[in-house]
Write a protein that binds this ligand. Structure first.
Ligand code: HEC
Ligand code: HEC
Ligand code: HEC
Length: 422
């Protein structure tokens, strides 16, 4: 790569560009300096590096766009392609129109269909000017020869033409249209969230064919062995009780007094939101707090009774193993040990994230804004499946929390998953 450290480049883009980022981009000639700088920032909004990096490259992302990282889909693994301007294995021979068609319609030069593991279903909302800027930026990268085997899905999903039917059912190409009745800030947030940042790709539950269940926009769902929490404005399970500042702090640093980002969200913070401008983070928060259609309220839940055996056993384990950090009453210590009482993550319908955090421990998100902080230790080797089930059932139902109980089978399932893919 030409840049010595891609992260340094991304950071420079994030710090130097505040002035350039409000409002839809004006048309920009591909070879102009502004377009390249704008493109450098847009790849942060689009989190392109998280998916298109070389999985064997350095952690600093200095092999940012050469591809090869396997992306998990419900149908199998797909490796990301090389999007450096290499003529043989990258996008070096693509025209700006061809690049736009891929981003806007999910169609490669020559007509082959791309899979929605590439979030073109969101990128379609981006303006032509923004896509051209990304094209201009990518073309300033050093071309790297890196062939990637891309056809790894099992039959029948390996037939790219099947995406024709999928698109007909689940995909509507079209650029974002601002709502004239809303503020420019709200519209900027809507553009980022629904377009480049593709938050719904993880936070909107999917149907059996991997299409978005739009009636449950942002309601959360299982994702690659995690549970992507609700980011609706719901009071109990979503961001209803979070302030704008708290949302901004979380997206910028990966933590706030309520929660800490882990797994796929830690990566989003590391490569994308943690490098966005404060103005853009605020715009995102403003939009999430005032969604276009209010989400249906989450169903009321009765907690598992305190007299239940699982709760009694869970409480004993909590006192013994967890209380030293998360404190009595699950209050936590702001910005050190997340609060578990009232926590949205802990009470999601699916228990995947809680199980995973307890069994595997957590690597905190790396961002330039948060100093190194304590880690959550792994308990998979210290607690058996019954004990894990009891303590997670307990934290999901103590202190006013309420969520479905976790079974020893759920814990066993997570244990197998962690053994297969540590
Ligand atoms: C969630 C993961 C993910 C993110 C984020 C992502 N991509 Fe991709 N991208 C993929 C996958 C997977 C494919 C391959 C799809 C296929 O083979 O059908 C792909 C394909 C592409 C292609 C087609 C290349 C070719 O040779 O067919 C382009 C161009 C591209 N991505 C550009 C981008 C840009 C620019 C961004 C950021 C704005 C981005 N991608 C963000 C996963 C991602
Ligand atoms: C690659 C998948 C992915 C993408 C893309 C993604 N998220 Fe997340 N997000 C997750 C997962 C998984 C969790 C739950 C794990 C955790 O809490 O750390 C999460 C958690 C969160 C939380 C914390 C919720 C809580 O109650 O603690 C917020 C807020 C959030 N995401 C906002 C966003 C926004 C805004 C975007 C778009 C800019 C986004 N996410 C994009 C996967 C994703
Ligand atoms: C040594 C201190 C320590 C101990 C002991 C500990 N934790 Fe944690 N826990 C943490 C830290 C630190 C985090 C935040 C990690 C991060 O940066 O993402 C965390 C995160 C969590 C989270 C995720 C919260 C969120 O909002 O994302 C859950 C759930 C959790 N711990 C449960 C437990 C349980 C259950 C136990 C006992 C079995 C336990 N912890 C023991 C330090 C600890």
């Amino acid at each position: 790569m030409r840049a010595p450290s891609l992260k340094a480049g991304l950071l420079a883009a994030a710090t130097g560009l505040a002035a350039l980022t409000l409002g839809p981009a004006p048309e920009a000639a591909p070879d102009n300096f502004d377009a390249v700088e704008r493109g450098r920032y847009l790849v942060i909004l689009g989190d392109c590096v998280a998916c298109h990096m070389n999985p064997n490259g350095n952690h600093d992302g200095s092999q940012g766009f050469v591809g090869g990282r396997p992306i998990e889909t419900p149908f199998g693994l797909i490796a990301t392609p090389n999007i450096t301007p290499d003529r043989g294995t990258g996008i070096g021979t693509w025209s700006a129109d061809e690049f736009y068609r891929a981003m806007h319609e999910g169609i490669r030069p020559g007509g082959a269909r791309l899979y929605p593991a590439f979030p073109y279903t969101y990128f379609t909302k981006m303006t032509r000017g923004d896509v051209d800027s990304i094209y201009a930026y990518l073309n300033t990268l050093e071309p790297v020869h890196n062939p990637v085997d891309r056809n790894t899905l099992p039959f029948p999903f390996n037939i790219r033409a099947s995406m024709l039917a999928w698109n007909a059912m689940f995909f509507e190409p079209g650029e974002f249209r601002p709502d004239p009745n809303r503020s420019p800030e709200w519209n900027r947030g809507a553009y980022i969230v629904e377009g480049p940042a593709h938050c719904g790709a993880c936070h909107t539950p999917k149907n059996m064919l991997g299409g978005d269940r739009n009636s449950e926009h942002f309601a959360g769902g299982p994702l690659q062995g995690w549970f992507a929490a609700s980011i609706t404005n719901d009071q109990r399970l979503g961001l209803g009780s979070w302030s704008i500042d708290e949302i901004v702090e979380y997206l910028k640093t990966g933590r706030n007094a309520r929660s800490a980002a882990s797994g796929p969200m830690a990566e989003v913070v590391e490569y994308s939101t943690g490098l966005m401008t404060d103005a853009d983070l605020r715009a995102i928060a403003v939009y999430l707090k005032e969604p276009p259609q209010p989400a249906p309220a989450s169903p009321a839940r009765t907690p598992v009774a305190a007299t239940d055996d699982r709760m009694k056993i869970g409480e004993a384990i909590y006192t013994d193993r967890c209380m030293a950090c998360h404190t009595g009453g699950g209050q936590g210590v702001p910005n050190m040990f997340p609060r578990l009482a009232g926590s949205q993550v802990v009470q999601q319908e699916g228990s995947e994230t809680v199980l995973r955090v307890v069994m595997q421990g957590v690597r905190a998100a790396y961002t330039p804004h948060a100093p190194t902080s304590p880690a959550m230790p792994a308990f998979a080797w210290r607690l058996n499946d019954d004990q894990v089930a009891a303590v997670t059932t307990y934290i999901r139902n103590a202190w006013g929390n309420a969520a479905p109980a976790v079974s020893p089978g759920d814990a066993a399932h997570m244990r197998r998953l962690l053994e297969d893919r540590p």
